[in-house]
Write a protein that binds this ligand. Structure first.
Ligand code: 5GP
Length: 206
């Protein structure tokens, strides 16, 4: 089912608590649908592992982040896990200019900002028409805790902190158009993909 998804553009927002499997699902979506591009965010956190500047994130200093904020260049921004993150307006504009749909992997605060902004746009605005937001959740908090612990990427106190943040994020899940429970990665992927394709068909038909 490799539809290129570029006949009608979508603004796809995906949020999830850390450890819910969002990265795996988003990577597969981008791999199978060349009509969707990933919105590379800015962050003040340091690169991890193999992460590359401009590919995974634009890694900025606090001052560089402040400059962009003061210049009004962010579509949304938030502090997550003690670091600052933001999406540049130009990233979304460029994707739409290139006839692409865009996938934003952002936290619940950023998603709320985008939702609010999009709602205020006039009917017929392409960003409003193409907006779809999805929340990916773990089957339970116990499963999330196990996944975070097994991943062992983070220290014990960091895992505890991420769990506390996760509980807050889970409390926002009903604000999203769709909730996808990641009980099985393949099943969850197909559900996520179906919601997105349905949204696109809805737009095309409507
Ligand atoms: P990580 O540092 O582990 O890559 O991401 C931490 C969290 O920040 C994730 O929940 C991710 O969705 C969120 N995030 C990444 N980029 C942005 C962004 O541009 N804006 C907002 N609001 N959150 C972001």
């Amino acid at each position: 089912m490799n539809e290129p998804l570029n006949s009608q553009q979508l603004l796809i927002v995906v949020s999830a608590p850390s450890g819910a499997g969002k990265t795996t699902l988003c990577d597969r979506l981008l791999e199978e649908h060349t009509g969707i591009v990933y919105s590379v965010s800015c962050t003040t956190r340091a690169p991890r592992g193999q992460e590359q500047d401009g590919r995974n994130y634009f890694f900025l200093t606090e001052d560089e982040f402040d400059e962009r904020l003061a210049a009004g260049l962010f579509l949304e921004h938030a502090v997550v896990h003690g670091h600052r993150y933001g999406t540049l307006k130009s990233t979304i504009e460029q994707a739409f200019a290139d006839d692409k749909s865009v996938l934003m992997d952002i936290d619940v605060q950023g998603a709320a900002q985008i939702r609010g902004a999009v709602e205020s746009y006039p009917d017929g605005d392409p960003l409003k028409a193409g907006f779809v937001d999805l929340f990916i959740e773990p089957p339970s908090m116990d499963v999330l805790k196990r996944r975070l612990t097994e991943r062992a990427e983070d220290r014990h106190d960091e895992i505890q902190r991420r769990l506390a943040v996760a509980e807050n994020e889970m409390s926002c899940r009903n604000d999203y158009m769709y909730r996808v429970v990641n009980d099985d990665i393949d099943r969850a992927y197909h559900e996520l993909e179906k919601h997105i394709l349905d949204k696109q068909r809805g737009i095309c038909n409507g």
